[in-house]
Design a protein around this ligand. Structure first.
Ligand code: ATP
Ligand code: ATP
Ligand code: MG
Ligand code: MG
Ligand code: MG
Ligand code: MG
Ligand code: MG
Length: 278
């Protein structure tokens, strides 16, 4: 079709190259999952099977795209982080987002029956939206990750208290909402403990912390390692030789991909795994 008289229409395409030398985060979020919860009878506040499907899909995405350095998931969303030196799809936003969204969605649907053998999918099938955001510094990127995990904590504490009041306390939704209006975290912990003997800290980590997907190498002693700030200043992937880059890529693609439920707000996680942001 080259050189046809129709080819001029390509000129209508808008460039959407993401700013170079920035960390790219692509976040996908389930479309109308509030309805999905009702249709497939998700347990409230946390359906473990539904989280397992999300994690299986995310693991498949990270496996398929070795350029992803880390991913974080909670509820019906997942964030995928590309290294600032990454040049995949020439950093074109629409290519990146659409590839992540479709890879994630295809795997979500593929993995569903393993976790919901008794609830086959029906139309409309689950779908996801996606967006890409660039973060210029490691601090910005870590603040983004912290923001999502803090959100997980705040929502989960609220939801755990809410559904305890409804399921164990016999309140209706309005009454439970009213009971929690204006309460602080400490009040919610107290309600859970005094009324239901639930120690929030003993709730499963996957619910309280969400899920982190990354490539597993040997842990580093945090005391011997540089801080995130100095790493940011020193990380100069442009100076790496091509072979070194290739070797890194090969090693990365061979490493085991794990799904864990860890604190990613504190330094410890990052300092023990310097390869994630270096
Ligand atoms: P939108 O299309 O705008 O994203 P939505 O209905 O998906 O609409 P969200 O803000 O994404 O809205 O919220 C997702 C909803 O799905 C929340 O109510 C959340 O509690 C619920 N949910 C997601 N995963 C689970 C799960 N594993 N167990 C129980 N509930 C879940
Ligand atoms: P990219 O990921 O960059 O899109 P690609 O391999 O998909 O890489 P395309 O330019 O999209 O490259 O080309 C698609 C290829 O698949 C072409 O070679 C096309 O002939 C072939 N193809 C697609 N559909 C069919 C089909 N139904 N039968 C035979 N070949 C097909
Ligand atoms: Mg949304
Ligand atoms: Mg949603
Ligand atoms: Mg959501
Ligand atoms: Mg094509
Ligand atoms: Mg193609």
């Amino acid at each position: 079709m080259a050189n046809s008289k129709f080819e001029y229409v390509r000129e209508f395409e808008q460039p959407d190259y993401l700013l170079r030398n920035t960390w790219i985060v692509v976040r996908v979020d389930g479309r109308a999952f509030t309805k999905m919860c009702a249709r497939y009878g998700f347990e409230k506040p946390n359906d473990r099977r539904a989280l397992d499907v999300m994690n299986a899909a995310a693991k498949a995405v990270v496996t398929d795209l070795p350029e992803i350095t880390i991913a974080y998931g909670v509820s019906d969303e997942y964030s995928f982080v590309f290294h600032k030196s990454c040049n995949i799809f020439e950093r074109r936003a629409s290519k990146l987002v659409s590839t992540i969204v479709s890879t994630f969605t295809a795997n979500y649907i593929h993995c569903w029956p393993s976790f919901f053998p008794d609830a086959p999918l029906s139309f409309p099938l689950p779908t996801f939206d996606g967006r890409a955001v660039c973060y210029p510094t490691i601090q910005n990127l870590r603040d983004y990750m912290s923001w999502r995990q803090a959100d997980c904590h705040i929502n989960n504490l609220y939801n755990t208290a809410f559904w305890s009041l409804v399921q164990l306390g016999g309140l209706d939704n309005k009454e439970a909402e009213k009971t929690l209006a204006g309460t602080l975290a400490a009040d919610k912990n107290e309600i859970l403990f005094s009324r239901f003997k639930i120690n929030y800290n003993n709730e499963p980590e996957i619910f309280r912390k969400g899920s982190v997907v990354f490539r597993d190498y040997e842990l580093v002693d945090p005391a011997s390692h540089k801080t995130a700030e100095t790493m940011d200043a020193l990380a100069e992937p442009a100076q790496q030789s091509k072979t070194q880059n290739e070797n890194d890529k090969k090693r990365r693609s061979k490493a085991r991909i794990v799904v864990e439920h860890l604190d990613i707000i504190r330094d410890d996680f990052w300092h023990r795994r310097p390869w994630i942001l270096s």
